[in-house]
Structure formats: C-alpha cells, structure tokens
Design a protein around this ligand. Structure first.
Ligand SMILES: C[S@@+](CC[C@H](N)C(=O)[O-])C[C@H]1O[C@@H](n2cnc3c(N)ncnc32)[C@H](O)[C@@H]1O
Length: 188
C-alpha cells in the first residue's frame, strides 16, 4: 500500500514536470517569434474559408496553425483537400494532434518553424500571425508561390500588396476583425 502511494506520487510529479515542461517550451518559442497562441473565432474562420474558394484536391497550409481549427473548417467545406498545418509550439501542436484524432481528420500537423519550409505547391495558405511575421513571409511568398496561389490572412496584411478581397467580420459585443485575401501573380 505504502509502495503504491509512493508510485502514484512519483507519477503525479512526473505528469506535473511534463506539463510545465511543455508550457515552458511552448511559451519560449512563441516569445521568440512574438506570436502567442490566440485562436481565431468561428465567425472569422467561416469568412476565411469562404474567401479561400476551395476546390477539390487543393494543397492547403496554415502557417502557425494553433490547434488546427482553420484547417478543420476548410476540410469540412472541401473534404478532398490536402491540408498541412505548421505549429512550432509543442504544447499547442500536441493539442492539435489530439483534435485531429478526435475528429478523425486527415489534416497533417507538423511541429516545425514554417519559415524553413517550401510553399511552391500551395494553392491556399491561411495565416494569423503578426506584422513582423508577414514582413518576413512576403519575400518567401514572392519567391515560392505559384501563379494564382492565394493567401488568406486574419488581421495582419501582407506588406506592400493590395488584397483582392477584404472584409470586416463583426462579432458579438462590438468586437471585430478584418480578413484579407491576396492572389499571387507571377511576373513574366
Ligand atoms: C495567433 S495563433 C493562430 C492559431 C491559428 N492559426 C488560428 O487562427 O486559430 C499563431 C500561432 O502561430 C505559431 N507560430 C508563430 N510563428 C511560428 C513559426 N515561425 N513556426 C511555427 N509556428 C509559429 C504560434 O506558436 C501560435 O500558436
């Protein structure tokens, strides 16, 4: 009995250490990128997915995907898409994996800094990041995105580029947020 209580105490301690380890690891990368996990509300997700005008079998990314909610909504709208979310904070990424499993989703969630990835195959990219991240992503998008690729962003614009669609989404209690859609054109 005494041994069992001791084992339980050790197990509990281990769980607490793992939990706080994940929280510290997640908040440190988010502090480095200066982008915390702030989930996009449903009304805004609906607007973003509508802006994306998803077509069968398209390749879709969410950069800084959080718990994967935007890609889940996109997959619900167009179940044949090939969706991949990049989330660098390990605790949030684990949460997204759990969500995908519970929803039996085909969305792939990768725990990685998306800045080192290649997006040349992307048809649609979703983002909800920061002014600084959009500034870093712009030259990457210019170099990699194919003609007609779309970037749909929540709150933060792509610098030095005019969106082809833009909308203010209002929510209860007077809150609201802007969403933007950009279409990349390859200069010939
Ligand atoms: C504001 S949250 C948005 C989450 C989700 N896209 C949504 O709209 O609900 C941004 C997320 O991006 C992640 N993130 C920021 N920069 C990143 C990077 N370079 N690589 C991977 N993840 C990043 C953060 O950890 C954070 O969870």
């Amino acid at each position: 009995m005494h041994l069992l209580a001791l084992l339980c105490a050790w197990f509990l301690l281990l769980l607490i250490i793992v939990f706080f380890g994940l929280v510290i690891a997640s908040t440190s990368v988010q502090a480095l990128w200066m982008v915390p996990f702030v989930p996009t509300p449903k009304a805004i997700i609906d607007g973003m997915v509508e802006f994306a005008e998803l077509k069968p079998h398209q390749i879709v990314f969410d950069l800084g995907a959080g718990d994967g909610r935007i890609l889940l909504a996109a997959e619900k709208r167009e179940p044949t898409i090939h969706a991949t979310g990049y989330e660098g904070a390990i605790g949030v990424w684990l949460l997204s994996k759990l969500r995908m499993r519970m929803r039996r989703s085909k969305v792939q969630m990768i725990c990685k800094d998306f800045m080192h990835e290649d997006f040349s195959k992307a048809d649609v990219i979703f983002t909800y990041l920061s002014i600084a991240s959009m500034k870093k992503l712009k030259p990457k998008f210019d170099a990699q995105l194919k003609d007609g690729a779309m970037v749909v962003t929540h709150a933060f614009r792509v610098p030095d580029m005019e969106p082809d669609r833009e909308r203010m989404v209002t929510m209860p209690f007077g809150r609201g947020s802007r969403i933007y859609r950009y279409v990349w054109r390859k200069k010939s």
